[in-house]
Design a binder for this molecule. Structure first.
Ligand SMILES: [Fe+2]
Length: 291
């Protein structure tokens, strides 16, 4: 059981053939949520419109928050978001955020060592899941012969991370912070395997009971999909709060065209504007594919 990676393979989530570029949430209280993402998560407002705001890090848009007059709060078990996962550059930055969270009284919901990464979990004030994580160096990831990667959910020693981190005031997320992956609630795992692997062309990188993890470029996962709360649930409705849509950006244009062709073959409705394709996935979640 050895790693198949070589020094020539890209190591960062965003350098792979496809990656998660953006997440869009519909929220009930836009000013409150925007303020929270700025103060708690260290994002900056990059753009404001009549309907919402786009926030990001160092000029890079990551998260759009909009309001909808008729939006009803999404039930906990509805398909949609499990968490948006913000990838920070390194363990030092994860520790700096942890110190900020501890000193600001931000409630955490968990912390895990996934072998490939170290992750801290929380919810925003409207219950949208958030992960903040750092990747271990790719040379430390273990691939198994079938091409999947070894992941686990072990306790992360938060006290140790806190103790090792500087206790200075924190001015927001570091340049380079990105959405490393998005984790969705879906209603059926075989259907998720069919959609993300067979239609979008991502690789199945790991399986947990009730969850599958997909990626391009042999990243550990750009997309997670689980049925832990949402097994067999009806589609997300468009008038719900929560994850309206997210964007997969393709560095590999051929991979984008292959996915576009597959969607067309399967007669999955899409709207295309140049190199941007929008659709609603099998669980009612909006998805944009951009080359
Ligand atoms: Fe995650």
């Amino acid at each position: 059981m050895t790693t198949e990676t070589t020094a020539t393979q890209p190591t960062h989530a965003l350098d792979m053939p496809a990656y998660i570029d953006h997440s869009h949430l519909v929220v009930s209280d836009l000013p409150m949520l925007s303020d929270w993402y700025q103060k708690a998560m260290g994002l900056s407002v990059l753009e404001k419109s009549a309907f919402g705001q786009t926030l990001g890090v160092a000029g890079r848009p990551l998260l759009t928050l909009t309001t909808a007059a008729n939006a009803a709060r999404a039930p906990r078990n509805a398909p949609g978001l499990f968490h948006t996962a913000f990838l920070v550059p390194d363990r030092f930055e994860l520790g700096r955020w942890l110190v900020h969270a501890a000193h600001s009284g931000i409630a955490l919901t968990g912390a895990s060592d996934h072998l490939v990464s170290e992750a801290i979990y929380l919810d925003d004030p409207e219950g949208n899941g958030i992960e903040i994580y750092r990747d271990r160096d790719r040379s430390e990831w273990n691939y198994v012969p079938d091409g999947t990667v070894k992941m686990a959910t072990l306790p992360l020693d938060l006290q140790k991370l806190y103790d090792e981190s500087p206790k200075e005031s924190w001015g927001g997320q570091a340049d380079g912070t990105a959405i490393g992956h998005i984790h969705l609630q879906v209603s059926d795992i075989p259907e998720a395997d069919g959609f993300f692997r067979d239609v979008l062309g991502l690789d199945l990188m790991a399986r947990y009971p009730g969850a599958s993890f997909f990626a391009s470029g042999k990243y550990h996962h750009h997309i997670g999909a689980n049925v832990w709360n949402s097994r067999g649930q009806p589609k997300r409705q468009s008038n719900m709060t929560g994850l309206s849509d997210y964007t997969i950006q393709f560095n590999d244009a051929a991979k984008f065209e292959t996915a576009a062709k597959k969607l067309e073959e399967l007669e999955i409705p899409t709207t295309r504007q140049g190199e941007r394709l929008s659709l609603i996935d099998p669980w009612g979640i909006g998805l944009n594919l951009v080359a």
